[in-house]
Write a protein that binds this ligand. Structure first.
Ligand code: MLC
Ligand code: AMP
Length: 447
């Protein structure tokens, strides 16, 4: 079955994709996307300016029709991040608002659907290469778990350059044939005023909705409120359940594996837990040496996943570098418990250098490297401080000459995607270091 199966159905669907600036029927989307496909046919890879709007949906659909891999660019990406993604991906062109700009760089043809740039603990973001088969397997597994059908209307306002908003939030509806209402931004007001049967959000979105009881109550008619991309605080789970009469469905995943674990539409929803593996996915816990640990609901271990939704690899100058798997197992970098009943609880991340803020993954190293480009900055250490709204708040400790914290925040916001800016900068005389000279981030987190 083709990835965007619903587009090939004879029946038109009015308002198949609705956005604040306009909507398209299924046939109109196919027509517009086919025009894009004709223009980019044969390109090895194409960048898309991923504004949360119709032109992005048309561009992504067109590229998939043409079999051309897409690299989405965060629309607010600063020059450093934008240039890195365009250069590293070797994109042959940039589709932006319906226009195609040709780019000088290009690479060998690549057999993939998406290349999503995502942060590691150090260095610049890497391009994760995702196949059409992995996406199809993931969407079909989610359709089964959530009883997600053509009869649904999905509402969300998530960004269109990550797995959550793009793969689940756009390719999901286009594969399964359900309506999509994209609200532009994921505000409580926008969710409350757009009726749907399913809503997607990151915990920050759900926390803001739970903090606006009238907006939360407006979601009561929905079938499914789905939370993912970061831990959903138990009080937010409880408030949503009380206000909407429906406990949220939590699911867990990452760019490299797509969504792998979820609660079921027709099953239990358990606060603080993300459910059981999707059909076709298996998981296990291992210790530091890689030895398997028991699924007793108490033992905490490193979570590994195996299945058809895994990445093909990381984009490299020569092609695609396969991930380092042990017997097919992908190390998620998350620390979890698994109960005898298969329910997973994500305890945290193994590294303090991967921050989750507002559902966005941000590598401390990338922010530190950017701060160090500022002429006044001599040393920088970045951590994710616990934060009631964002989950974690990017916080920088900086040794610098005379400079205002606000200037350093703007400096990062202008070079990377805006959400990677520190929200707090503390100017300090020195950073706590151990005998080896390594910054002791646990001491900064304890401040
Ligand atoms: C603020 N702004 C600045 C600025 N400070 N601009 C320039 N310089 C500065 N110093 C502007 C921003 O550009 C933006 O403008 C506005 O201020 C608000 O930005 P913000 O403060 O960052 O928004 P915030 O309210 O914090 O956003 C919360 C949020 C957002 C929840 C809406 O974090 C979000 O969309 N998160 C979703 C992340 C996500 O989709 N993750 C999925 C990853 S996939 P303007 O113009 O925009 O108003 C994954 C796999 C899985 O994890 O399991 O799903
Ligand atoms: P990303 O690569 O942006 O897709 O981020 C993936 C990471 O988000 C995972 O490794 C987890 O740390 C985190 N994550 C995703 N979903 C959940 C969830 N439901 N609960 C807790 N953490 C989550």
């Amino acid at each position: 079955m083709r990835l965007l199966a619903s587009l090939y159905e004879d029946a038109d669907l009015p308002d198949a994709v609705v956005t604040p600036s306009g909507s398209l029927s299924r046939h109109a989307l196919l027509e517009e996307a086919s025009r894009v496909a004709d223009r980019i046919e044969g390109a090895p890879i194409i960048a898309v300016e991923a504004t949360p709007d119709l032109p992005t949906v048309v561009a992504v659909t067109g590229a998939l029709l043409a079999g051309v891999p897409i690299v989405p660019i965060p629309p607010d990406a600063g020059d450093l991040e934008r240039e890195h993604i365009l250069r590293d991906s070797g994109a042959a062109g940039l589709l932006s608002g319906g226009h195609l700009a040709e780019l000088p760089v290009a690479r060998k043809p690549l057999n993939a659907a998406l290349v999503l740039y995502t942060s590691g603990t150090t260095g610049a973001p890497k391009g994760v290469v995702i196949s059409p088969g992995a996406i199809a397997a993931d969407l079909d597994a989610l359709a089964a778990a959530w009883q997600w059908t053509a009869g649904d209307t999905l509402v969300h306002g998530l960004p269109l350059y990550h797995v959550h908003g793009l793969v689940l939030g756009v390719l999901g509806p286009l594969r399964l044939g359900c309506r999509l209402i994209h609200t532009g931004r994921p505000t409580p007001q926008a969710y409350a005023t757009n009726p749907g049967s399913m809503y997607f959000g990151v915990p920050t979105v759900w926390s803001r909705i739970a903090g606006d009881p009238a907006a939360a109550r407006a979601l009561a008619p929905a079938r499914l409120l789905v939370s993912g991309s970061a831990p959903l605080p138990v009080p937010v789970f409880d408030d949503l359940a009380a206000l909407t009469g429906r406990a949220p469905v939590e699911r867990y995943g990452m760019t490299e594996t797509l969504i792998t674990v979820s609660a079921r539409a027709d099953g239990e929803r358990r606060a603080g837990h993300v459910g059981r593996p999707l059909p076709g996915v298996t998981t296990r816990l291992v210790d530091e040496s890689g030895a398997p640990l028991p699924s007793d609901g108490e033992t905490i271990g490193h979570l590994q996943v195996r299945g058809p939704t895994l990445l093909d690899g990381y984009l490299s100058p020569g092609g695609v570098r396969p991930p380092e798997l042990t017997g097919g197992w992908f190390p998620t970098g998350d620390v979890a418990t698994v109960g005898p009943d298969g329910w997973h609880r994500i305890v945290g991340r193994a590294s303090t250098d991967l921050i989750k803020t507002g559902g966005y993954r941000v590598g401390a190293g990338e922010v530190e490297d950017t701060l160090l480009l500022h002429p006044a900055v001599r040393e920088a250490a970045v951590v994710g401080m616990p934060h009631p709204d964002l989950g974690e708040q990017i916080t920088a400790f900086v040794v610098a000459g005379p400079v205002a914290p606000a200037d350093l925040i703007d400096f990062v916001a202008g070079r990377l995607a805006v959400h990677k800016r520190p929200r707090a900068v503390h100017l300090v005389d020195s950073l706590p270091r151990n005998a080896m000279g390594k910054v002791q981030k646990s001491l900064l987190l304890a401040d």
